[in-house]
Design a protein around this ligand. Structure first.
Ligand SMILES: *Cc1c(COP(=O)(O)O)cnc(C)c1O
Length: 421
């Protein structure tokens, strides 16, 4: 690729001047990506957690094609359509309690922004206009737009650059035990009346470090929210749709948040769409005779019919195929497949939950070389931070799970032992 070509596109999360050129992919099918030079790679990360049924699932392709012929898009202001109506009703039915009020956003980060606006707007309409800030946790990741960035772990975020352009929020360690719960409690007490909501990625924190916590931690957060009367906002953009072994991570915690954000696998990895779903009391705060009480937000491509058709088709597959059970049972397979990595030099931890496998190492200073070696061995992964992780399609067949795990262990084992810097 010429230098000029490399400068014409801004690449995500990458120093373009020194990074190797991106891998050109020409097609994707089932569980594999095909490179421009004709190689097939197992996609170990399902295109950032999104391709939950594998690429080009015929039912999804068929549904989107039919919608494409009928109406690829129409604005959502003052207009509605069947794909959106049906999807909203289905999401409401899948989610617990009265999480019934679906706002269609165009990406995960925007869904987080909308949830922030819902929370602050909720309190203002309830006469508590000072509740404008949020609490989030160490290792949190909630997105890349400026509002969402403010919720990311400020120490470990990819966004340390921006100073006062980013809102100032409250951060503390996850309440994993009584001591950390008490610290959280103290923080909320000191800032009584200032906090609109707590953001949590239930059970699995994603891009902020691929860390797991227990259902009891999520319950503690719900308790803290109730005690301090703040909203609980579950960011299930990564964990939603089976990834952790239940349809939603909160299903395994017996906890109902006030707002939940979903994205990534929502459209089975075909189209950009996310949702923020609010409970009755949040929705009702905006439901009034005064126009000024409305929620003022509306992306141009809100509830895009193609994306809704893809999401509806994906939900069909969750109904007709044992997708969630497959994710659940993948945990044991990944555990077995990745556990040999425990004995490799520099490996700190190997952990799996649902269809997520993480190998944490001391440091990954030769990450480009590792990525290249994995590609040469037929696997696509994107190690980052101190983790080599897999989030494959939930229905990745056993032989490919084996091949994926064996290749990772093999390639990591052949590396130079990791030096402690
Ligand atoms: C990916 C992700 C986001 C952001 O979603 P985008 O679609 O990339 O904007 C937010 N929160 C979590 C937990 C995520 O994994």
């Amino acid at each position: 690729m010429s230098n000029q070509q490399q400068r014409s596109i801004w690449r995500p999360y990458c120093q373009m001047k020194t990074a190797p050129p991106p891998l050109e992919i020409v097609s994707a099918h089932d569980f594999e990506l095909t490179t421009a030079d004709g190689r097939s790679l197992i996609d170990g990360m399902a295109s950032w957690w999104s391709v939950c049924h594998g690429y080009n699932h015929p039912h999804v392709v068929e549904s989107v094609s039919q919608q494409l012929a009928k109406m690829p898009h129409v604005m959502f202001g003052g207009i509605t359509h069947e794909p959106a109506e049906r999807l909203a009703a289905r999401l409401a039915a899948l989610l617990p309690a009265d999480l019934n009020h679906v706002f269609f956003a165009d990406s995960g980060s925007v869904a987080v922004e909308v949830a922030m606006k819902m929370a602050v707007g909720y309190w203002r309409r309830r006469g508590q206009a000072n509740r404008q800030r949020f609490l989030s946790f160490t290792h949190a990741y909630h997105g890349d737009t400026t509002g969402a960035m403010s919720l990311c772990d400020p120490q470990r975020s990819m966004h340390a650059d921006y100073g006062k352009a980013i809102l100032s929020q409250f951060h503390c360690p996850l309440p994993v035990d009584e001591i950390t719960e008490d610290a959280c409690h103290q923080l909320l007490s000191v800032h009584q009346g200032e906090v609109a909501g707590i953001f949590i990625e239930p059970l699995v924190q994603g891009a902020g470090g691929m860390r797991f916590h227990s259902a009891s931690t999520v319950s503690r957060i719900r308790r803290l929210c109730d005690e301090h009367e703040v909203l609980m906002i579950a960011d299930e953009i990564a964990t939603g749709f089976g990834r952790t072994g239940t349809m939603f991570a909160i299903d395994a915690c017996d906890v109902v948040p006030d707002i939940i954000c979903l994205g990534k696998a929502l459209t089975a990895g075909t189209m950009t769409m996310a949702v923020s779903v609010a409970c009755g009391r949040v929705f009702d705060a905006f439901w009034s005779d005064r126009t000024g009480d409305a929620l003022m937000h509306g992306p141009t491509f809100m509830a895009n019919p193609l994306a809704c058709a893809a999401a509806n088709a994906s939900l069909d597959l969750f109904e007709s195929e044992p997708r969630v059970e497959q994710a659940h049972s993948m945990e044991l397979k990944l555990r077995m497949g990745l556990s040999p990595a425990r004995s490799l030099p520099g490996v700190v931890d190997v952990r799996c939950r649902g269809a997520i496998g993480v190998i944490q190492v001391e440091s990954l200073h030769d990450v480009e070389e590792l990525r290249q070696n994995l590609v040469d061995a037929g696997v696509w992964l994107r190690p980052f931070g101190d983790c080599v992780y897999v989030t494959p399609p939930l229905n990745l067949p056993d032989p490919l799970v084996e091949q994926l795990c064996n290749t990772i262990v093999d390639v990591m084992g052949k590396r130079q032992p990791i030096r402690l810097s």
